[in-house]
Design a protein around this ligand. Structure first.
Ligand code: AMP
Ligand code: ZN
Length: 478
């Protein structure tokens, strides 16, 4: 059923009522992972947010056409136009090919999405390397229309030619000159100008490089999103989502490129999730506090408990992850499942209309998942609602929030193990078996740091370990 739906739009910085551009489906694009490394739990917030946008739209009977891109080239370590390409760097450091690294982390990313109950059916996951021709064509249009210019190391977008550059999030281009984006490249016309195409450095043969009208090189990270969204969803999108860190640069650059080529407003609703910190600090490899879903599972928590924890905070507020908080969410989710199985029987009644309406209104109010979850508990405690009606209502709520109550009928342990396919340890090579045994030992002694290192060693050897109710299992990565 459709009810008035409101989203906070970064473009206007207000909550706006949602109306789709077309009748045949809502076009939604979410910036996806750069697949040079394992995605961490902070990254997963972006995909759970876009999943909640999609589920809410579907709850309102909209058809959703969703794209999440895979960045497998062109994202530089600086997040700007200089420094190494994240994938080439990872390839040089590990000795594996950039393509093999991209494949490995793309597969792990998909696995994480499944474990977190992120709907992927019908979602398109284009890889940047599959859309190089489209990117070159777009850059060509930009050079012909005077929006782009050639300098020694590549082709750049001229931000002074695009009238509203920096509009999203109210970025003041003047402060850029004195601020973070220091004019490093003397040939650039304006400090905010950014690379559309980069030439491979003199004398360097990159693993991933293509011929272009300008030089042998590779596309910039921003043009990838503009080209892939246009190729798969058309010139205008209803919704574009991503983390707040993308507002000032990446998303303003996407707007500048797309609107200069498409001659239409690129996106109607821009939606951004806030950051996850860990024990009060920004998460990062260099900080040594990078947590992945595997770490969550290693400590005996269900991936869905992490999803539940995320949904107890609104996506626009920062959230601070602690193991105690996750423990609380895990306990709550298990309690919910247990109550559902033990107390509500197996027969579905009818959905309680009063609860349904409230639930729907909360979700339609810019995805107010904390209130929706609180309402679930209110329903659990409400003795006036018959067990079978409660069951039907909770099932509907769980379906929209992705909390897995329907699966609970068959097995609660599913919740604890995620959805990974199991392989007998005994079938793995001896070296892997030894590492698994050593890791079990480390876990038994609560030496989790060592256990994490061993998981990484197993991963480096091409296997992924999953902890289940019957002990660990491994899976060979293709
Ligand atoms: P990346 O793979 O680095 O491009 O990031 C993928 C997505 O995760 C982007 O939308 C980022 O904005 C988002 N992201 C990165 N770090 C965090 C964090 N700590 N909390 C929430 N979102 C994050
Ligand atoms: Zn993007």
């Amino acid at each position: 059923m459709q009810r008035p739906l409101f989203f906070h739009n970064t473009l206007s910085n207000t909550k706006e009522q949602f109306t789709p551009l077309r009748d045949d489906g809502v076009r939604m694009y979410s910036c996806g992972p750069t697949v040079y490394d394992r995605a961490h739990i902070g990254n997963m917030r972006s995909y759970i947010m876009s999943d909640m946008i999609r589920r809410t739209l579907e709850y309102n009977d909209y058809i959703v056409k969703q794209v999440i891109n895979i960045t497998d080239v062109g994202h530089l370590v600086s997040d700007e136009d200089d420094g190494e390409d994240k994938l080439e760097k990872a390839a040089n450091e590990s000795g594996e090919s950039a393509q093999a690294i991209a494949e490995k982390y793309t597969n792990l990313f998909f696995k994480d999405l499944v474990r977190l109950n992120v709907q992927t059916e019908g979602t398109q996951f284009p890889k940047a390397t599959d859309y190089v021709a489209e990117q070159i064509a777009m850059i060509q249009t930009l050079t012909e229309s005077g929006h782009a210019y050639r300098i020694t190391d590549g082709v750049y977008f001229d931000t002074s030619v695009f009238k509203n550059y920096g509009q999203l999030g109210g970025v003041d281009t003047k402060t850029l000159e004195a601020g973070v984006r220091v004019k490093k490249n003397e040939e650039k016309r304006n400090p905010a100008d950014f690379a559309l195409w980069k030439c491979s450095p003199e004398g360097v043969r990159r693993q991933q490089e293509w011929k272009s009208p300008w030089c042998v090189g590779f596309p910039g990270w921003h043009i990838e999103c503009s080209a892939m969204s246009r190729a798969l969803l058309g010139r205008q999108l209803d919704i574009h989502s991503g983390g707040i860190d993308h507002i000032p640069v990446h998303h303003n650059n996407e707007i500048a490129q797309s609107e200069s080529v498409n001659k239409k407003q690129f996106v109607q609703y821009w939606m951004h999730n806030n950051f996850i910190t860990v024990e009060g600090r920004r998460m990062g490899k260099s900080q040594g506090n990078l947590i992945t879903l595997d770490h969550v599972i290693d400590r005996g928590y269900a991936p869905l408990s992490y999803r539940y924890w995320l949904l107890t905070a609104h996506y626009r507020t920062p959230a601070n992850f602690t193991w105690e908080a996750l423990d609380g969410s895990h306990t709550a989710l298990k309690k919910l499942h247990k109550y559902f199985i033990d107390e509500l029987g197996a027969k579905d009644g009818t959905v309680d209309v009063a609860y349904q309406e409230k639930f729907h209104t909360f979700l339609n109010d810019d995805l107010d998942t904390p209130k929706a979850i609180a309402l679930m508990w209110e329903l659990v405690k409400d003795d006036r609602v018959f067990a079978e009606d409660k069951r039907a209502t909770l099932l509907e709520m769980s379906k929209v929030l992705g909390l897995g109550l329907a699966a609970s009928d068959t097995s609660l342990t599913q919740l604890l193990t995620g959805n990974a396919k199991k392989i007998e340890i005994a079938h793995a090579p001896e070296k892997i078996q030894e590492l698994v045994a050593e890791r079990e030992e480390a876990r038994a002694q609560k030496n989790f740091d060592h256990a994490d290192d061993l998981r990484q060693a197993i991963l480096d050897a091409g296997y992924e370990i999953t902890d289940g109710a019957d002990g660990p299992s491994v899976e060979r990565l293709s």
